[in-house]
Write a protein that binds this ligand. Structure first.
Ligand code: PLP
Length: 431
């Protein structure tokens, strides 16, 4: 029986079945849960070696194409795409640490990641020590314990715009043969590629700049592919010892790429935060224009930061692109072609001024997102950083009058006109 002679309900399901291949120039969207095997041996082979495609949670050609693209942009050996930035952070960490292990992390990190360390990983008996002054190598060294298995930091942080000396902290991680994992979401590989400066692993919220359009969530883990079993094997028994039932170790099968292979084989598909192939496509599509967007956004942001710094209603501007920023020199050393487009500034009028500001913007959008083509504003003190104490917020540079901006690709004159009008009304409110 062929499909043509089958009955209606059967034809509805099978008539479109196709194994046609065509050289699509844009990345084709393989929106399918699974893939048909060529024959009996192909299925067995796929299950034993993991080659080819069987089921989208363990691999999909659209997802794979975007993984290659992001690995290339970050100068890494390979990448794993997952469903969100948080999934990228948790997958990267769970590929490295286990119960009884310890992490040293910068204090200046995304609040969701901080919660992951303090609430979730702590429940798995994985403890984290936070480093406040990330520019002080001795502070990192002092926090390291015999059971430390990872160092974690953001290359460019929110809210104070701290810039990580990636080479210095990578060297410290290297001394104890553990990976430095860098969240590069705010800097993007367009401005900074941490692996080129010695970081072992890079993670991203692809929901932000990589996609850029603010339409999807996604995350990526990029690995340098330089896992050294001789130097670091004692810190990574799950990579160098035989697997369940005496199976060959991950290292014996994947060599230097053992860490990312473990993330792909054992962590991402088991914890299950798989990306939709449609979202993968949209992230890949966005990443094609990353450099143009980031260039424009950084230029707009610098102009706006300078303008804000000259306004009397503004108490301070925390932008690494300004010479007044304490990490400006590090930013100049590491960031190529711009300083990013996310920063905070603080209004003299405190909370009432901040409230007026977010309620009055028109070109800016009031929402909790960053790295969008649209310009966005958020009041961290009552939103992202509301769970912190006043003292902690002060350390992080978040006061009652502090606002976070994520500058988009609009015409900068329209953005400044919007801000100028809002500052005028803020002055009236608090006067
Ligand atoms: C947004 C963000 C995350 C989390 O990413 P999601 O895609 O929202 O899960 C992690 N780190 C940083 C720096 C972020 O900005």
């Amino acid at each position: 029986m062929t499909v043509d002679t089958a009955r209606f309900a059967t034809r509805a399901v099978h008539a479109a079945r196709s194994r046609e291949t065509a050289a699509a120039r844009a990345t084709p969207i393989y929106l399918t849960a699974g893939f048909e095997f060529d024959d009996f041996d192909h299925a067995a082979d796929h299950f034993s070696t993991g080659t080819g495609f069987g089921y989208t949670r363990t691999g999909n050609p659209t997802v794979r194409a975007v993984e290659r693209q992001l690995a290339s942009l970050e100068s890494g050996a390979d990448a794993v795409l997952v469903a969100s930035g948080q999934a990228a952070v948790s997958t990267a960490l769970l590929s490295v640490v286990g119960a009884g292990d310890h992490i040293v992390s910068s204090t200046h990190i995304y609040e969701g990641t901080r919660g992951l360390f303090l609430d979730n990983l702590a429940r798995l008996d994985i403890e984290t020590t936070f480093v406040e002054d990330i520019a002080d190598p001795d502070a990192w060294r002092a926090a390291i314990r015999p059971n430390t298995r990872a160092l974690f930091a953001e290359s460019l942080a929110n809210a104070r715009n701290d810039v990580l000396d990636v080479a210095a902290v990578s060297a410290i991680a290297d001394e104890v043969a553990v990976p430095l994992i860098v969240d590069n979401t705010l800097a993007t590989p367009s401005l900074l590629r941490p692996i080129e400066h010695g970081a072992a692993v890079v993670v991203h919220s692809a929901s932000k700049f990589l996609a850029g359009h603010g339409s999807v969530l996604g995350g990526a883990i990029v690995d340098d592919g330089r896992f050294d079993a001789e130097r670091a094997g004692h810190n990574a028994p799950h990579l160098v010892l035989p697997g369940r039932g005496g199976a060959p170790s991950v290292f014996s099968r994947h060599g230097g790429r053992a860490r990312i292979a473990y993330a792909r084989e054992s962590v991402a598909p088991r914890f299950g935060a798989s990306p939709s192939p449609l979202n993968a496509f949209l992230i890949g599509q966005g990443a094609e224009t990353l450099s143009l967007r980031v260039e424009r956004q950084s230029r707009n942001a610098l102009e706006i930061a300078r303008w804000l710094e000259s306004q009397d209603a503004v108490e301070s501007v925390d932008y690494a692109g300004l010479p007044s920023h304490p990490h400006h020199e590090t930013a100049v050393r590491y960031l190529e072609g711009g300083f990013g487009s996310i920063f905070t500034f603080t209004l003299r009028g405190g909370l009432p001024a901040a409230r007026r500001f977010v309620e009055d913007v028109r070109v800016f959008t009031h929402m909790t997102h960053i790295g969008d083509v649209r310009s966005l504003v958020l009041h961290p003190g009552t939103t992202s950083h509301a769970q912190r104490t006043d003292a902690e917020r002060a350390v992080l540079g978040v006061g009652p009058g502090t606002l976070r901006l994520s500058i988009g690709i609009e015409d900068v004159a329209d953005l400044i006109a919007d801000l100028s009008r809002v500052l005028e009304s803020v002055r009236e409110t608090v006067a």
